[in-house]
Design a protein around this ligand. Structure first.
Ligand SMILES: C=CC1=C(C)c2cc3[nH]c(cc4nc(cc5[nH]c(cc1n2)c(C)c5CCC(=O)O)C(CCC(=O)O)=C4C)c(C)c3C=C
Ligand SMILES: [Fe+2]
Ligand SMILES: [Fe+2]
Length: 342
């Protein structure tokens, strides 16, 4: 094995600190080839699909990647940021990193961002921090609730990149933050602001989290407990009960049973129960993406209206709102304790 040598461009302080924000990833474009490459990398991750590759790869490389990229590509085209020619997740993740950098760089902390699948890769993010002279690195996965399929795989991939280095930095990983006061405050504020700007009063707020196969949870993934902690804290902050703010899980993939209740049928069933005005918040997503803007904002909305719903609102994700950057700064400073001078 040859180890990589990365030397800073110019002499620097010996113990500069770097923060690497990591997010899920996104295709480079909306055409068949770009979506196929993205889905192939994503769905080949053994943290995402735990089935044996001998069984899974023929399905993935055969019918799945022949068919799914067209549907997924059409969904990305509906939400694509055409002026920048990139996905919303990429725009928002970059904006979060730039805003965090403005807060942290005066303290000598370098901030970079990276994607677990696609670009900029986690390896390139670490290389950029090293080239900027960082001898200590904090990995901060942008997932409020821990899951092996998100947090762990982002960290795995960072450690895989570190394996290739001769001169490794010291590394910390930030824990998930499902009920961190700054996170709950940012969510509560976004709900209040959105509701205040609506021309109607929702009868129900649906809090929709990305789902997970039930199996993974049975085998020890703590994700749903963390979603419940988030929602309990958010209800307390907004003084709402379980009836008013309901927890659901979205984005089911494949035929297995996932965490329930599923968002789409629950929302489509509301008008029959007399609930025709709803707002949906997606607290598990730090940034708007295909799953929030298209799956909920387009598909779930359409089905709700078709079922007799009259008013449907989406609470935007935190994106680069000032309260979201307060959260990222708070988490960064908390996790750099002992490294960063007061
Ligand atoms: C078995 C498959 C999947 C698991 C498990 C899974 C977990 C998981 N995902 C997120 C966050 C996001 N997922 C996104 C897109 C997406 N997710 C899956 C599959 C699984 N996710 C697929 C196939 C896709 C691609 C779109 C599609 O074809 O449907 C995204 C959006 C990316 C973007 O660019 O917009 C996010 C974010 C979490 C938090 C999670 C586990 C808790
Ligand atoms: Fe997903
Ligand atoms: Fe989806």
């Amino acid at each position: 094995m040859t180890f990589l040598t990365i030397r800073p461009a110019k002499p620097i302080a010996p113990s500069r600190i770097g923060v690497l924000l990591t997010n899920l990833g996104t295709p480079e474009g909306t055409g068949y080839g770009a979506i196929r490459r993205y889905l192939s990398e994503f769905l080949s991750d053994r943290r995402i699909i735990e089935a044996s590759p001998a069984l899974w790869q023929p399905i993935l490389q055969g019918p799945l990647l022949a068919l799914r990229p067209r549907r997924t590509g059409a969904a990305y085209r509906r939400i694509w940021h055409t002026e920048r020619d990139e996905s919303p997740l990429r725009t928002h993740t970059r904006a979060q990193a730039e805003a965090l950098a403005a807060r942290m760089e005066p303290d000598g902390v370098a901030v970079e961002w990276a994607m677990r699948y696609g670009t900029p890769s986690i390896a390139s993010g670490i290389e950029r921090l090293l080239a900027r002279g960082c001898a200590r690195v904090l990995l901060l996965p942008l997932y409020p609730q821990y899951s092996a399929t998100t947090t762990a795989t982002a960290n795995d991939h960072a450690f895989r990149a570190l394996m290739r280095l001769r001169n490794q930095p010291a590394v910390r990983t930030a824990p998930s933050f499902p009920d961190h006061p700054l996170y709950i405050e940012a969510l509560a504020r976004s709900v209040r602001e959105t509701l205040a700007g609506l021309p109607f009063v929702p009868q129900r707020i649906v809090a929709s989290f990305h789902g997970l196969p039930r199996d993974y949870v049975t085998r020890g993934d703590p994700y749903p407990e963390e979603c419940e902690r988030t929602l309990a804290a958010l209800r307390r902050a907004l003084d709402m009960d379980e009836e008013t703010m309901t927890l659901t899980y979205q984005s089911r993939f494949g035929p297995a049973r996932w965490l329930e209740p599923y968002t789409a049928p629950l929302v489509a069933g509301l008008p029959a129960r007399g609930v025709t005005r709803v707002a949906v918040i997606m607290p598990g997503f730090m940034a708007d993406c295909i799953e929030t803007l298209d799956e909920i904002g387009n598909e779930v909305r359409k089905d709700f209206i078709a079922a007799g719903g009259t008013d449907f609102a989406l609470v935007p994700c935190l994106n680069a709102a000032p309260a979201a950057i307060d959260l990222l700064e708070g988490l960064t400073r908390q996790e750099l304790a002992g490294w960063l001078k007061d």
